[in-house]
Design a protein around this ligand. Structure first.
Ligand code: SF4
Ligand code: SF4
Length: 435
């Protein structure tokens, strides 16, 4: 046992997200309802498959985010590291443009009233909030479900790479789900390492990653460095801004705005205890597919007496240790292994975890005529899930299909077990052993 630190984390259960965007809107109203950050969404909800926000943010070859492992086993920022000379600002890796985020727009409702008589009903046209001119909207983070062009746009999603053959673009095989995203408050944050001014920092008490507005000089290396593209440039102040995990609310015992207002009640907030001395080694493991297990290994059991004793020696207060013990995030991520980190291959050790969507089991549905949730019906049907496991694996485990398969089986078992209890039927205790 080495040094113990505390880290806030979030687990989101993707089966429960209905894509209502309440989280995004309440976050925006609280934090980015200002000029200079019109295009900014600290919290956004993407339709997947799809291009995301900003557009194709997962394409690190283009945006140069995250860490790469050198042949000698060290970690190197893909964006090239800190600016040490002024001239290096000109070699700042390509940054997403407004078109890659989206041009903020509002409807011009005047057209509904002032339009001359026409054969069809007049339509409120989208107008740019910046230029005031009509816009031609060509894409968006929710393009696919807003405009029904699922596979024309969706097939460009890089997470479909390698599984194109198994995804037949036919109506009955179409799939989609929502992916809510905030800053990952990474254990090994590329944004902090990339900042030449020392303005980006990770709070030692709870691991929240923040930008010191007085120190930020607007270099934007953090925007390039963050592989999740969750640092934004305020065009009015000339400074970087990002999700703060609502720390002013956390400090008075309130949850984040996104969690409090989430309609699906799918966001679980809590405190991890972790071994800080294992972080760099875990982030540098050779094979991307080992990153999930390495990341789990860093998380410590808050109920283990040895961990508690070391946490006390490392200055973590008893009420924080108690908070970690009561926290759902360790239980969901490590004890039950139900939640997975988003893109561990970026090697930033993200701390927002996702329970993958189980989704309808299409074949079982078709054959049994009911919703396929009875015991015994689910295990054989995991391969018939509507969302291809390969897609989820590319998103959540750097392509490790067996890990996602195990999670989905555990979810299916829990669902089946709870259904028996709720229906007053005898429970099948062998289900637990099966997974
Ligand atoms: Fe930094 Fe957040 Fe990006 Fe991680 S997700 S690199 S903490 S901005
Ligand atoms: Fe999904 Fe909750 Fe956000 Fe609605 S509020 S989009 S259910 S995460």
């Amino acid at each position: 046992m080495t040094r113990v630190m505390a880290q806030v984390g979030m687990v989101m259960n993707l089966d429960k997200c209905i894509g209502c965007h309440t989280c995004s809107v309440t976050c925006k109203q609280t934090w980015t309802n200002r000029t200079g950050v019109e295009y900014v969404w600290f919290n956004n909800v993407e339709t997947r498959p799809g291009l995301g926000y900003p557009k194709r943010h997962e394409d690190q070859e283009q945006w140069k985010g995250g860490w790469v492992r050198t042949k000698r086993g060290r970690l190197k920022l893909r964006s090239g590291g800190r600016i040490r000379r002024l001239t290096q600002i000109f070699s700042n890796p390509k940054l997403p443009s407004l078109d890659d985020y989206y041009e903020p727009w509002t409807y011009d409702y005047d057209t509904l009233i002032s339009s001359p008589a026409m054969d069809t009903t007049p339509v409120a046209r989208p107008k740019s909030m910046i230029t005031g001119k009509d816009t031609e909207i060509r894409w968006g983070a929710n393009w696919d479900d807003d405009l029904g062009g699922t596979h024309e746009r969706g097939h460009l999603d890089p997470m479909l790479k390698g599984i194109e053959d198994s995804v037949v673009f036919e109506l009955e095989k179409a799939f989609m789900f929502y992916l809510p995203r905030i800053c990952e408050h990474c254990l090994n944050p590329a944004c902090v390492a990339a900042c030449p001014s020392g303005a980006m920092y990770k709070r030692s008490e709870d691991g929240i990653v923040l930008v010191d507005q007085d120190r930020c000089r607007g270099w934007r290396m953090c925007v390039s460095g963050c592989p999740y593209k969750k640092v934004y440039f305020n065009h009015k102040t000339g400074k970087a801004e990002k999700c703060t995990f609502c720390y002013p609310r956390l400090e008075v015992g309130q949850p984040t705005v996104c969690a409090e207002t989430c309609v699906g009640r799918l966001r679980y907030i809590g405190l991890f205890l972790y071994d800080v001395d294992k972080v760099l080694a875990a982030a540098s493991v050779e094979d991307d597919k080992d990153l999930y297990e390495a990341q789990l290994d860093v998380l410590l059991d808050p109920n283990d007496p040895e961990v508690v004793a070391q946490a006390r020696r490392d200055g973590i207060a008893d009420d924080w240790i108690e908070a970690a013990q009561k926290s759902p995030v360790y239980t969901l991520a490590k004890k039950y292994r139900l939640a997975l980190p988003l893109h561990p291959e970026y090697r930033t050790m993200p701390m927002v975890w996702y329970i993958p969507p189980l989704s309808p089991v299409v074949d079982a549905l078709a054959n049994s005529g009911h919703d396929a949730e009875d015991a015994g019906n689910l295990f054989g049907a995991i391969d018939a899930l509507r969302i291809p496991i390969g897609y989820l694996a590319n998103l959540l485990t750097a392509g490790d299909v067996p890990v996602v398969d195990g999670v989905l089986k555990r979810l299916a078992a829990m669902r089946s077990y709870m259904r028996d209890i709720n229906l007053g039927r005898d429970t099948d205790e062998s289900i637990a052993e099966a997974v």
